[in-house]
Design a protein around this ligand. Sequence first.
Ligand SMILES: Cc1ncc(COP(=O)(O)O)c(C=O)c1O
Length: 352
Amino acid sequence: MDIKKYVRPEVLNLPTINAPDISDGMIRLNANESPQYPWGDKSSNLNRYPPIRPSTLTHKMAEFYSVSMDEILISRGSTEAVDIIIRTFCRPNLDRILITPPTFDMYQFFANLNSIAVCETPLLQENKFELNVSDVINSIKQEIKLIFLSSPNNPCGTSVSNNDVIKILNAANDKALVVLDEAYIEFSSHQTMINMINDYPNLIILRTLSKAHALAGARCGAMISNNKIISILQKILPPFSFSIPNIDQIESVLSSKNIDAAQHQIETIIQERIRLVEELRKLKSVDQIWSSDGNFIMIKFNNLELAVKALNKQNILVGLLKNNSALTQCARITIGTKSENNLLLETLRDLV
Ligand SMILES: Cc1ncc(COP(=O)(O)O)c(C=O)c1O
C-alpha cells in the first residue's frame, strides 16, 4: 500500500515542522519570546514557548504503549486525533468516512466540519449492537478513505473482535485506512491491536489517557501506526500544541508506580460495573441493559424522562443519547465511585 496515494495532495506538499535543538544556556533570540519572567516570577519558565514537539513526553508515551518513537504521535486527547486524521486523508467534498452508529459522535462532527460525507453501517441493534462486519466490508468503496471502529464502542460498550478487525483491514487494504479507537480497551478483556501496526499498513490505533488513566483534564491521546503514516500525520499537528505545565504534569505521572496504581483502579471500576449491572437488572424502571466492556453502561429505561428527572434531583448527571432514534429511551451511565453508584441505585429503586 503506497500511503502517499491516500493523503490529501496539499498535505503531502506541507513541510514537516522541525524543532531547533535548544539546550540550556543558549541565548534565545529566535522566537520573539519575552526575555522577562512572567509577572516577575523567577521560578517560572512560561516566558518561553514549549517544544514544537514534546519529544520527552512522546518518548515516555512510546515506552508506555511499547512502540518506537516514530510509530506514535501524541495529541490533545484522541478527540484532536480524529480531526487530524480526517484532515490528513480526506479531501473536502470528495472523500467519505465510514462510521458504525451508534458510535462516538466526534467522527461525524469532524467529518461535517471538514465537508467530508459520512457513510453509515449501523450496529446490529437486534444482536446486542454488534458490528455488522459483512456490511462494513461491502460498503468499502473508492471514495471511502477512513473506516472508524470504536472498540469498545461508546455508547453501547460492545467490542469488535480482533479477527473481525483483521477481516476489515484485509478487505480495505489498498482502498481505505481503518482507525481503531481503543479509548476504553483497558476495561475490556480484548487485547489491543497495537502489536499489529506493522502487519497491516492501513491500521491506525487511537489511545487516550483520559479514561483508564484518569487524566481527562490533561488532554493527552495518541495516534499509533506504522512510521510512514505517523510521519505524514506529523505534518498536520500544530506546533507548540502541548503547554509546558501540561507536558510537566503528564510526564510526572507516567511512572511505573502510577501505572500499577491505574491497574488497581481499572480493576475497581470493572468490579463496580459488574455489581451495577447486576443491581440495575433487578429494578422495575429498567427495561434493558447491554453488557459493556467500557467504564460505562448503556441502559434503556421504561420512562427515560422520569429516571433523568429523579437522578437530576439528586444532582446526578447521565449521558443522554437523543441523537440516535434507536436510543431515545436510553442513557449512558459512567461507572462512578461505590458511593456514587449506590446513590444512583437508591434513586432508581422506587421508580417504575
Ligand atoms: C470512543 C471514544 N474515543 C475517543 C474519545 C475522546 O477522548 P479524549 O479526547 O479525552 O482522549 C472518547 C471520549 O469520550 C470516546 O468515547
